[in-house]
Design a protein around this ligand. Structure first.
Ligand code: CMC
Length: 439
């Protein structure tokens, strides 16, 4: 593996001094391979009885990881050291899955083996089909994903022992393999069409499109351009360091919970519109805006401090220059639209105009709010005929690889502990119970 453990910088330390009492504590400075220095505060509470306060983890590194690196100021995203644009242009999703899970690109034999493994895990236990029938037809597919992925733990008991490395890998392969099947079934269920079984002669992305769009009544031919675009979307969404859903998977996993339950927790977190739900929210927002002449009104709403409205698809906690995934997708977006001949799609015209106005607007420029990955993925997915409610599901499908890679990394770390943040308590101090008759 190309990773190294963090090193202590013996020439540097950070001293924290109590301005009233004068007590000082010296804390070590840690270095990763690249990225900001990290102040090691693990002994802070033990030595001073004080916590740090960092809601939203704005200044907190929650773990050591060798999987993904982001430089938000420079707009850099690396998977195991490889730049995202190189991987998106030259690699494919199964290879990226292998890379994220194992740390290195596979050789030909390793790749064939991995692809075979994933392909032959793509079917679902037949009884799981009945689970779908319990959902309302109008259920959001993310609700179905949370439920069905959580239920996998009751079907695959032979891969839930987290202390067995082999079982962990089988569970990881199962989730990567079955996610497209579950996602497509959630869609088929919502439109009342029969489920399509996976096909072992298709690639991962082709098979997903086949399960989404084929019907028993006629042959479905997968467009290579669309399959490639889908594969690229999967690569771009595969991992993103310690984001909210990945941190959720790690936190759930830190208690020793089984991997299927942990990934279901990640799916639930991803669903929110500030995270993975943003791609769906972008399309809903564009539909609400409706026409180019109303864009300014919405831009003004987004800038209004008294209005909670935000422009979905803009801004990022880490990227303050540009989102490198958005750069790749912007190009791919135009290719797909050319291939499909949907240049005159009104929502696309609206999106491009919104992008132009927001990029020139002082508020957005000053706050470094650039279009993020979700801005373009929503447009491509819509052009490909993917229903809006499935956008976040596709994000979850791709991110499953990152989740399982991060979960495996955490479980194999001998220093791993249950995640247990503390708090700054601001509630009532101790008081006596008052019987209801006296209140
Ligand atoms: N529209 C208008 N104003 C915004 C936006 C936006 N999309 N995003 C941030 N701001 C403003 C925000 O009001 C704040 O202003 P002020 O400093 O005056 O209070 C400032 O920019 C900083 O925002 P923040 O909320 O403190 O930043 P954050 O790092 O906590 O939030 C974010 C990041 C992605 C949640 C946020 O930018 C947002 O809500 N964007 C829209 C939702 C979205 O597109 N999410 C997808 C993120 S990319 C996919 C993923 O990784 O999940």
């Amino acid at each position: 593996m190309a990773s190294e453990k963090a090193t202590v910088d013996s020439a540097k330390s950070v001293t924290m001094t109590d301005s009233a009492g004068g007590d000082s504590i010296e804390m070590q400075v840690l270095h990763g391979t690249i990225g900001p220095e990290v102040v090691d505060i693990r002994k802070l509470y033990g030595q001073t009885g004080r916590f740090t306060y960092d809601p939203g983890f704005v200044s907190t590194a929650s773990c050591e990881s060798a999987i993904t690196y982001i430089d938000g100021d420079e707009g850099v995203l690396l998977y195991r050291g490889y730049a995202i644009d190189e991987l998106a242009d030259q690699s494919d999703f199964p290879e990226v899955c292998y890379l994220l899970l194992h740390g290195e690109l596979p050789n030909k034999e390793e790749k064939d083996d991995f692809v075979h493994n994933i392909t032959y895990h793509s079917m679902l236990h037949e009884q799981l089909h009945r689970f779908f029938l319990g959902f309302r037809r109008d259920a959001h597919p993310m609700a179905i994903m949370c439920g069905v992925v959580g239920a996998l733990s009751s079907f695959y008991h032979d891969s839930t022992d987290i202390n067995d490395e082999r079982q962990r890998m089988i569970a990881s392969h199962r989730m990567i393999a079955k996610m497209p099947t579950i996602a497509a079934m959630a869609y088929k269920y919502s439109i009342g069409q029969p489920f399509a079984y996976p096909r072992n002669d298709l690639t991962y992305a082709e098979d997903f499109l086949h399960m989404m769009f084929s019907v028993p009544a006629e042959e479905y031919k997968v467009s290579p351009v669309l399959a490639r675009a889908m594969d690229k979307i999967f690569i771009l969404h595969a991992d993103h360091e310690q984001n909210a859903s990945t941190s959720t998977v790690r936190l759930a996993g830190s208690s020793g919970a089984n991997p299927f339950a942990c990934i279901a927790a990640g799916i639930a977190c991803l669903w929110g519109p500030a995270h993975g739900g943003a791609n769906e929210a972008v399309l809903n927002m564009l539909e609400e805006i409706g026409s180019v002449d109303r864009i300014q009104e919405y831009v003004n709403k987004a800038k209004d401090k008294d209005d909670p409205f935000r422009l979905f698809g803009f801004g990022h906690r880490v990227y303050k220059n540009h989102d490198p995934r958005a750069t790749v997708l912007r190009k791919s977006c135009h290719e797909v639209l050319d291939e499909l001949g949907v240049r005159d799609e009104p929502l696309l015209e609206l999106a491009m105009e919104l992008e132009r106005i927001a990029l020139e607007d002082e508020y957005f420029v000053e706050k470094k709010l650039y279009p993020n990955v979700d801005f373009y993925s929503g447009i491509i997915l819509r052009a490909m005929g993917i229903p809006t409610s499935m956008f976040t599901v596709l994000f979850a499908l791709a991110r499953t690889t990152g989740w399982v890679a991060q979960w495996n990394e955490m479980i194999s770390d001998p220093t791993q502990k249950i995640g247990r943040p503390r708090q700054l308590y601001t509630g009532a101090t101790q008081r006596s119970y008052v019987p209801v008759s006296d209140r």
